[in-house]
Design a protein around this ligand. Structure first.
Ligand SMILES: *Cc1c(COP(=O)(O)O)cnc(C)c1O
Length: 375
């Protein structure tokens, strides 16, 4: 048995499954759910998330072939689509393992046609994100190249640039129109409809049924997080508020408690002093674990279900919190950095706002070496 960790992440299987059911209902019978598990399943643990959801969907989205290989160990019969860029040296082994590659340029299509002509691929179309994707002018040639090689073009997809950052969705509608044109081009050149068109991320899946097509690639909201405040506002306005449940709780245990006098400085640089006499708890978690140093002095944690403010600077492997108002705190008590404890809750969005970022970044930055426990 491995020794127990000082800090770990608990992931609620029930919450993940509840969210998957919410999306399946919202998507309806014609649209399959692809659970996006890139970046260690948004910090929730790739293997753990795949194991929790492999009976709920056959489709998983990853960033890379190495991620897909990890996922296949947890669900050998599942279908993995690589959404990110692939190295030329990955193509052969991906095809042999049945991993779906995305092809996002004529160069990538030529590599697939040469190295793994019998691969199953999804073509990514540039419709306005200006990231990966085949330009409109290159699409016919790319399709012909793959058709000649005998490559199975199973999917055609695109990604929206401005759907979660706004309540005004005209840009997304333009991208959708360009995607539909690409679908027509593909059908003409391949002589058959592409079986799996897909465009929707979480926000699109929640807000726009016309983006659903055959498959929806849902990441952040599967973990119970809203893509943005704007998405929540738009969903409420459209009468489509999904009931999402957060799945992640980040825990640690109190390493030490000490009584200190008013004015005592805490942590590196003496940046903060105890406002009054009271108690400081040392938590054995720091920025190495993924607790951002920008949260120094500004975030709160939970101890015994009550808010305990971070005192002074977050260190590499430790941080101090003010437990003066919380009776009976002792070494070994459980503390919560993200999630619920008793009647308290630290939301991911609360931490994200304090450091000027988005909920996506806060959870994906939790150090992947910390254990993830399905509970
Ligand atoms: C990450 C990603 C998604 C999932 O986006 P969410 O907003 O987390 O649902 C879907 N499609 C692509 C191409 C992505 O890169």
């Amino acid at each position: 048995m491995a020794l127990p960790p000082k800090t770990w992440v608990e992931v609620s299987r029930a919450a993940l499954r509840h969210n998957a059911r919410q999306f399946k209902r919202a998507l309806g019978p014609k649209t399959a759910l692809m659970v996006v598990v890139k970046s260690n399943a948004y910090g929730h643990g790739l293997s753990e998330t795949v194991r929790a959801l492999r009976d709920h969907t056959p489709w998983f989205g990853v960033d890379s072939v190495p991620e897909a290989i990890l996922g296949l160990k947890a669900a050998p019969r599942a279908r993995f689509l690589v959404l990110g860029a692939s190295l030329p040296t990955w193509i052969g082994s991906a095809a042999r393992k049945g991993i779906r590659l995305s092809v996002s340029s004529p160069e990538e299509a030529a590599l697939v046609a040469r190295k793994a002509p019998r691969a199953t691929v999804h073509l990514q179309i540039e419709t306005g994100f200006t990231r990966l994707g085949i330009l409109e002018k290159d699409l016919p040639g790319t399709l012909r190249r793959l058709r000649r090689a005998g490559t199975n073009v199973e999917g055609l997809f695109t990604h929206y640039a401005n759907i979660e950052d706004t309540t005004e969705h005209s840009y997304a509608r333009g991208q959708l129109a360009r995607f539909r044109r690409a679908l027509d081009v593909a059908e003409t050149i391949l002589g058959r409809a592409v079986p799996l068109p897909h465009t929707a991320c979480s926000a699109a899946a929640i807000l726009f049924p016309q983006t659903h097509f055959a498959l929806a690639r849902v990441g952040v909201s599967l973990y119970g997080l809203w893509p943005s405040k704007e998405t929540l506002v738009s969903a409420r306005a459209a009468g489509r508020p999904l009931d999402l449940r957060t799945a992640l709780t980040w825990k640690t245990t109190v390493a030490q408690v000490k009584t200190v006098k008013a004015g005592t400085p805490v942590s590196y640089g003496l940046t903060e002093r105890m406002p009054r006499s009271g108690k400081v708890a040392v938590l054995p978690v720091g920025y190495w674990d993924g607790y951002d140093r920008g949260l120094s002095s500004v975030a709160t944690t939970l101890v015994r279900g009550r808010a305990a403010k971070v005192l002074g600077r977050v260190c590499m492997n430790m941080m101090m919190v003010d437990v003066s108002g919380i009776p009976g705190v002792r070494m070994g008590d459980e503390a919560v950095l993200i999630g619920r404890q008793g009647r308290g809750e630290v939301r991911v969005e609360h931490l994200a706002a304090k450091i000027g970022t988005i909920n996506y970044e806060v959870v994906t930055r939790i150090n992947p070496t910390l254990p993830r426990l399905l509970v």
